[in-house]
Structures are given as C-alpha cells and as structure tokens.
Design a protein around this ligand. Sequence first.
Ligand SMILES: *Cc1c(COP(=O)(O)O)cnc(C)c1O
Length: 366
Amino acid sequence: MGIPLLDLKAQYLSLKEEMDQAILQVLDSAKFIFGPEMKTLEQEIARYCGVGEAVAVGNGTDALVLALKSLGIGPGDEVITSPFTFFASAETIAQVGATPVFVDVDPVTLNLDLNQLEKRITPKTRAIIPVHIFGQMVDVERVLEIAARYDLKVIEDAAQAIGAEYRGHKAGSVGHAGTFSFFPTKNLGGYGDGGMVVTQDEHLAAELRMLRFHGCQTKYYHDQIGYNSRLDEIQAAILRVKFKYLDTWNEARREKAAVYDQLLQGLPLTLPGRDPQAKPVYHLYVLRSERRQDIMDKLASVGIASAIYYPVPLHLQKAFRYLGYQAGDFPVAEKACHEALAIPCYPELTREQQEQIAGAIKEVYR
Ligand SMILES: *Cc1c(COP(=O)(O)O)cnc(C)c1O
C-alpha cells in the first residue's frame, strides 16, 4: 500500500455524512449561483481573517486578476512578484496587460527577498504581489512599509496560506487585498474550482463584486467590462463544511512537519526554512537536496509519492521569454527549482507512515 502526496479520499470519508447532506441540501434548494451558501462563506472567511469584506470568485487565478483590475492596474504598469511560485502569480499580471517584474527569493524561506525589493521599483511600478509560498507568510507589514514609500498597492497571494499568520495577522488580511484559492488540493479545497478576495476596503469590495458579475450592479445595466467569475452554491456548501475543520487540519499539518523536522535532522539536506515570526500552515513540506532525483526514485520504489515544486522558475518560463530574463538572473530561485521536493504532509498522515518516509530518505544517504 502506497502513500499519496495528499489523501483527499480519506478526508472525504471522514466527513461523508455531513458533506453528502450539505450537497443534497443545495440540490434540494435548487439555488445554484449567488445564494445563501456563498454569502455565508464570505462572511465566515472575512471574520476569520479579521477583515471587513470577502468576495467569492471562480478560482484563485481570477481572484488575482480581479484584485489587480479593481486596483486599476493595467497596460503600462509594472507589478513585482516572486519567480518561485505557481505560474498564476505572474500570469495574472500579464493578463491585465501589465508587466511582471521579478525579485529573487530569500534562501531560507523561499519567499520574496525583501532586501532586494526596493531596487526593482521603478516609476512604472504600481503594485507588489508577495506570495506566501508553501503556506508560510512573508513579512507583509514590511512589504506594506516599502510600498507606502512609493505609493504602491500590495496584493497578498495567499492561495497556499489560508489560516497562516505573521505576528498574529492572518494571511490575506494585511495587504490592500488578499487572494485565496479553493482548488481541491489547497488547505481549504472544494470539489472543483473556487477562490476569494479579502480586503478591508469596502469600495474595493464593491468594485470586485461588480467585476465578478459582468461589470454589473443592477441586473442588465453594465457599468464596465467585467468577468463571469463566481463561486457556485455547491462549492460554497462543501467549503463551509470543511472550513470548520481548517484550524484543526492546519494544526495537524504543523505537527506532521515538526515530526519530519525531528526525523530528518542531521541528514545532508535542507529542511523547510522557518521565519520565527511566522506561523505556517504547511500547504507543502518541501525539502531541498542536490540528490533530489535519488530521493524521488527511492520513495517511488517503495510506493511513496513526492513532487517537484517548482521545476522551472517563472522568469525562465517560455511564456515569459518576451520579458528578456536569463538563467543566472535569480540564482536562489533557480537553485530551489533544482533541489526542491515536496513529501507527503497532510492531516491524515500517520506517525508510522512518516517514519517509513523518513526511513526511505535515510537509506539514500546510507
Ligand atoms: C493555486 C495557486 C494559484 C491559483 O489558484 P487556482 O484556484 O488554481 O486558480 C495562485 N497562486 C498560487 C501561489 C497558487 O498556489
């Protein structure tokens, strides 16, 4: 019997009765779009994050696009983000017609290197998108301080970090806007696509609500060109069931991570780097090793899944060739792409399974 990277089936079975009931209730209500489940989920997540507003959208990518649009970012603007993240963090900048500008990441946390941020700011810079990679927050307050000096907006890409904290502040709640993804494998995942934008700014929230629904406030009166991007009632009901367990699950992930930290210490590999001010949610537990392929092969040979996050830094993606970056531009991100490997870390993982995984990794170095 193997060990998957994430066990969504086991999670479903643990919630089956409650979950089936929630889904059937939506079917019975025959209200599928813009109903009470979405509205309640928005209120629950706004309260959880300690912000005034939450706007549910179709997915985490749309959440970024709509956040950028609502802040008025478009052609001629530059937006700074990390080269070590999922493609959408920068793709969305290009989607609104702006130019992605990359800054290398910190060698310990693999989040944006804030010491290098300022030198990439130009008169065209309008916003910064810090990404809380693998569920550990970057120091967003410091990002905001830097941004304030240049009159820039900050959008937190918190797709991997719902529930994470930095000095007691929840991911997504510190910047002008924060975005979440409810893709099935995220810490709070639906059974399909989903996303959300949170903000303290009610005017921004009104703009986001208009943008997600064809630029329309009053039905059939369109004030601007918008999008069709909303969270359906079935997904919202599913997410509301799971949301009750989010803190418990995130705590369990931290416990699994602590067990790995202990089981794997002393080996010639880099364990996930911690910022002492951050309370991470371990969306992924990512090791770094020059012998990544050997570790992957060994794990695969005993039926244990592992995965590379991310094989190619964004500045070297084919789609961004037009930006003119070259290998060597961001050495920390490039090295991480050669060495990073996620091993199974999810709430249902047992101590025995973790010992088995750590044992297999140790054998590589024997
Ligand atoms: C998953 C993810 C997204 C995109 O979310 P989708 O819901 O898949 O569109 C954006 N940024 C990061 C960092 C992600 O991990």
